[in-house]
Design a protein around this ligand. Structure first.
Ligand SMILES: [Zn+2]
Length: 289
């Protein structure tokens, strides 16, 4: 069987459950739970996913939740992972769904990550008949203390579910329509953007120029410049103690154009990072609308 999930259908279902997901996110934001104490958050997640027909396991590596969605057709197993814990700090913003718990707040966006994970599960559950393979949803506790992932792995989650790929995201405080590169999260240094519509090719070219324009360091053109670059990168507090490098290219997409970009220094650039411990600044550029 070979069925595909089209974006239009996914968008349609996502729009239908939009209010529900906003409610989930605000509920979690209102009731933040610190690392290792995600009782209510994990119960909420488990309840929603169970109601959507997923096979749900709770108490995995602490308050971790693992939910399995089997598609109608054969295919690989992929996983989506979200973290659930809050930060031990006071709420920064006064809003309708502000934290009700002194000293705990979702300042790192894990309320969003959890709601997004629930949303993906609900959308795909409705499209189960068109889904090939298995999707495993992993809701991880204790991300802030770096303990939750290990405890879930030690609980055997990877052996039990054996995903071929695992996806995750970490949100950032940027306006919609803004593209930025910066330091920090693993896997943040590569990205792909699909552009559709009659102007896709031209938009892609503009986007490539914008992304490449984010670089604060030029590409070396001569052996001397390359040597200088290496020297600068390895000089503590030197000219390249802080830098961003971005490089992108266009290729034809399914329905328009596709832009691939790489940004550095990313976690994959282990050698120069470990030598210089260099940081990168945030730079950003608007995405063509
Ligand atoms: Zn976080």
């Amino acid at each position: 069987m070979s069925l595909t999930l089209d974006y239009a259908t996914i968008d349609e279902i996502a729009a239908e459950i939009d209010d529900e997901l906003i409610g989930v996110r605000r509920d979690i934001h209102r009731h933040p739970e610190l690392a290792g104490d995600e009782r209510c958050t994990s119960a909420l997640v488990a309840e929603r996913l169970h109601a959507a027909g997923l096979a749900v396991a709770t108490g995995v590596g602490g308050h971790g939740v693992v939910a399995v969605l089997d598609g109608a057709g054969d295919g690989p197993t992929v996983a989506y992972r979200a973290d659930m814990d809050a930060v031990d700090d006071d709420e920064l913003y006064d809003c309708a769904f502000t934290s009700q718990v002194p000293g705990a707040a979702h300042l790192c966006g894990h309320d969003l990550h959890t709601a997004i994970g629930v949303g993906i599960a609900l959308v795909l559950a409705r499209l189960r008949k068109r889904l090939n393979g298995r999707v495993v949803f992993v809701f991880q506790p204790a991300e802030e203390t770096c303990e939750g992932a290990r405890s879930m792995i030690e609980d055997g989650i990877l052996e039990r579910t054996a995903p071929r790929e695992i996806y995750a995201l970490h949100c950032g405080p940027l306006p919609v329509g803004m593209l930025a590169v910066g330091p920090g999260q693993p896997g943040q240094d590569r990205l792909r953007i699909d552009l559709a519509g009659p102007d896709a090719a031209d938009d892609a070219k503009r986007l490539v120029a914008m992304i490449d324009g984010l670089s604060t360091v030029g590409r070396p053109q001569t052996p001397g410049q390359l040597q200088q670059l290496m020297d600068d990168m390895q000089t503590p507090d030197g000219p390249l103690a802080r830098f961003v490098f971005a490089l992108s290219h266009v290729s034809p997409g399914d329905d328009g154009a596709r832009v691939y970009a790489g940004c550095g220094p990313g976690p994959r650039a282990g050698m120069p990072r470990s030598v210089t411990r260099c940081g990168a600044g945030w730079v950003s550029s608007p995405v063509p609308g």
